[in-house]
Ligand binder design. Structure first.
Ligand code: EPZ
Length: 417
């Protein structure tokens, strides 16, 4: 089982390039099932989750060809299976996103119940509420979820929570439904907009993506498209914190600043200097950072996917910081690992109270989810000694070459088998 070893590192310096967004690439890979002609995707990040998703598509009968440099060509004209098997679903719950496209294309879809994971139970009730509203019959038995419909007819659907996955799944199902669907209280993340742009290129009729109300007019069929995946705002935010925590000065390329406003604003509150210039941002850390309070919210609020990374920063920031996690019910699994490194954190329900300490000490730790893994790497950059991180398959699911990218900035980080 490979591990990542991080030594105390000097202030990071230099330039790093952000890869395509994992949370945009995965729903777009699912949406490629809706097309009957060639789909060409570019800037797809090189991640384990992308590998698994391509396996799922092939298994469903799509032709998938991958090329160097993040290009994937997919043709789903002849997909003939509608069941995503347990062994692939259990590897990556995001493959539940094939349900909407399969229901739309084949009027049947079946996949194993997506398991919970370290950060929460991860229910799918809102996805199923949408499929039912469009006319599907749902059956849940033997750990599998099935959806089938004579035909899908548009409807008005209210999401009790602006779920990213439910918004994506329902939007994809509605794209080939008869008539109009309006999705209210929809998620507004940039990845929703990227998916809607991709679907529109295929011939879908979608308006309002990026707002809380999305209108989808169903069409007969969807064709091909060429699409480049947007940059990964969470990867960008992770490197921003890497500069802040080491008191570094780095330039991050391939960024859409408007997608990471909360990270920019909160780092400025700590006293970091941040310069924006087109698709580049420069982050200059500060040895005397100020503590900040954070509350995670659906977009455009502070992203839950940056909560662990900012907590790592606050563990070595003098003073008291309060971090409230409102999106997932159990996304503090990294707290125990950070405490093993000497962090002073108390959890009270959905709040974590962080008292900054002088310095952290290395310890054997393990990643509990991919963002927690990233937070441990960040903590290791400033901890005395060698921090050895286990379960790094979590990290490989969501970060494209993180140790190589950090090493080019001067981080002392390596992977050991
Ligand atoms: C997406 O997960 C992302 N994953 C997550 O990123 C991200 O943390 C999350 O959105 C929130 O931004 C991908 O895009 C592949 P949700 P998703 O449905 O769609 C509740 C990462 O680190 N909910 O918006 O699963 C749910 O319990 C990963 O890259 C329901 O109640 O997130 C949770 O509390 C982690 N019923 C909240 O909504 C439902 O039917 C947010 O979940 C669906 C969700």
């Amino acid at each position: 089982m490979s591990k990542i070893v991080v030594e105390k590192s000097p202030p990071l310096k230099g330039t790093v390039r952000v890869s395509g967004a994992k949370n945009s690439a995965l729903p777009i890979l699912a949406a490629s099932l809706l097309g009957t002609e060639d789909i060409v995707l570019e800037d797809v990040p090189n991640l384990k989750d992308v590998d698994v998703f391509c396996e799922v598509l092939s298994l469903l009968g799509a032709k998938v060809n991958r090329y160097d440099g993040g290009k994937i060509v997919i043709n789903s004209a002849n997909i003939d299976k509608y069941e995503n098997p347990y062994e692939l679903m259990s590897k990556m719950r995001a493959s539940f996103l094939v349900m909407g496209p399969l229901l739309a294309r084949l009027k049947h879809a079946k996949t194993s119940m997506p398991g919970g994971c370290a950060i929460g139970t991860r229910p799918i009730d809102l996805h199923l509420k949408g499929f039912k509203a469009l006319g599907a019959d749902i059956d849940v038995e033997h750990g599998y979820v099935g959806a089938s419909a004579e035909k899908l007819v548009g409807d008005r659907i209210y999401l009790d929570f602006p779920s990213v996955g439910a918004t994506e799944n329902i939007m994809m199902a509605a794209a080939l439904a008869e008539g109009e669907t309006v999705l209210d209280n929809a998620a507004m993340e940039p990845e929703i907009v990227d998916l809607a742009n991709f679907l529109s290129k295929m011939g879908a009729d979608i308006k309002g993506a990026g707002t809380s109300s999305i209108r989808i007019r169903g069409v007969e069929k969807l064709g091909g498209a060429v699409h480049s995946v947007i940059p990964d705002r969470i990867e960008a935010g992770t490197y921003m914190v890497a500069s802040a925590i080491t008191g570094g000065d780095i330039i991050i390329e391939n960024v859409i600043p408007s997608h990471i406003k909360p990270a920019i604003a909160k780092l400025r509150e700590t006293g970091c200097e941040i310069w924006e210039n087109g698709d580049k941002i420069r982050v200059i850390g500060n040895k005397q950072l100020k503590p900040i309070d954070i509350k995670t919210l659906p977009y455009p609020g502070f992203p839950t996917d940056l909560q662990a990374q900012f907590m790592a920063l606050m563990t070595v920031t003098e003073g008291t910081s309060v971090i409230i996690e409102t999106v997932f019910e159990n996304r503090f699994m990294h707290v125990d690992e950070l405490k093993r490194m000497g962090a002073n954190i108390k959890i009270d329900g959905r709040s974590a109270i962080v008292q900054g300490v002088e310095t952290l000490a290395s310890a054997p730790v393990k990643a509990t989810d991919l963002r927690a893994g990233a937070a441990l790497i960040l903590a290791g950059l400033v901890a005395d000694g060698n921090t050895v991180i286990d379960n790094i398959y979590h990290i490989d699911r969501g970060y494209d070459g993180i140790e190589k990218k950090l090493a080019t900035l001067g981080a002392k980080i390596s992977r050991i088998e």
